[in-house]
Design a protein around this ligand. Structure first.
Ligand SMILES: O=C(O)CCC(=O)C(=O)O
Ligand SMILES: [Fe+2]
Length: 269
């Protein structure tokens, strides 16, 4: 299609804004007389993230089910849920000894964390001031055990996970509001999604309880999770999901340790 007309562009944006997803938009456009290829091209031009999410054929996680969810070697309490985006507060995913042991394994390897730049390269990022490190998949028996629990909870095999990342925040450090999904409209998308495809869910595990601050906020939901040692926040998303915006709030007193597992739609390893 040689450019989307202003009228069609306005209609796509208004209809998507009213809550219709890409599949519904494609159906409505075809009912209005556009062919499927025309509809796809128009949608990809106006809403590339929505189109990429709709065309993905990768695996999707199952969302942990309250009140008790199967985490393999234990059952965990699902203390709160949000429907959109699918989000769960998980209690006691790790016990106190496991939290301490994971911190001890990560501490000697901490370095200033990098994020993925728009061109797909790793960069030092002023928005993300914590120190961090990645474990390889199954690198230690404890890491493997945590990965098994997350696989049991989400139904996605451990191979769909990126290596477990441990982050350490000092007072004043934070992770500014961001999305964990990769934006298909960015030039680096092909590079970051080459292994494993798109991210589909995140599990953030709190390894300690900061004295003050350091919660995880979802500004679009008006919701903040307190960082409490051993508990975790699970959330799932598709590319373009604006409500999955989240932030690691500044630590005000004490320190904050988390372990993050990002899950892909296809095997990552
Ligand atoms: O530090 C937090 O609470 C959030 C971390 C986070 O968003 C991430 O690791 O992707
Ligand atoms: Fe995040």
């Amino acid at each position: 299609m040689a450019g989307v007309s202003p009228e069609l562009r306005a209609w796509i944006l208004a209809t998507a804004g009213a809550g219709h997803d890409a599949t519904q938009l494609l159906r409505l456009m075809q009912e209005a007389g556009y062919t499927l290829p025309q509809s796809r091209a128009a949608l990809a031009e106006v809403l590339p993230a929505a189109m990429a999410a709709a065309s993905s054929d990768g695996a999707r996680p199952q969302h942990p089910h309250p009140p008790l969810a199967d985490a393999g070697d234990r059952r965990v309490r699902i203390a709160a849920s949000v429907e959109a985006p699918p989000l769960r507060l998980i209690q006691d995913l790790l016990d106190a000894d496991e939290c301490a042991a994971l911190i001890a394994q990560a501490r000697p390897r901490l370095a200033r964390v990098r994020t993925v730049a728009e061109d797909g390269r790793q960069q030092i990022d002023a928005r993300r001031t914590s120190a961090g490190m990645f474990f390889a998949l199954g690198e230690t028996p404890l890491v493997a055990r945590i990965e098994q629990r997350i696989a049991a909870l989400t139904g996605l095999p451990t191979t769909h996970g990126e290596g477990l990342q441990v982050l350490h925040y000092q007072p004043g450090q934070q992770y500014e509001p961001h999305y964990d999904w990769f934006d298909p409209a960015q030039p680096g998308f092909a590079a970051v999604s080459a292994r494993g495809g798109q991210r589909v869910a995140t599990v953030v595990i709190y390894l300690n309880t900061p004295e003050e601050g350091g919660g995880t906020a979802f500004p679009g939901l008006g919701l903040t999770f307190t960082a409490l040692a051993g508990s975790a926040v699970y959330f799932a998303y598709a590319a373009g999901d604006a409500l999955s915006l989240h932030a690691g709030l500044p630590v005000l007193r004490g320190e904050k340790w988390i372990a993050t597992k990002w899950l892909r739609e296809r095997p990552f390893g």
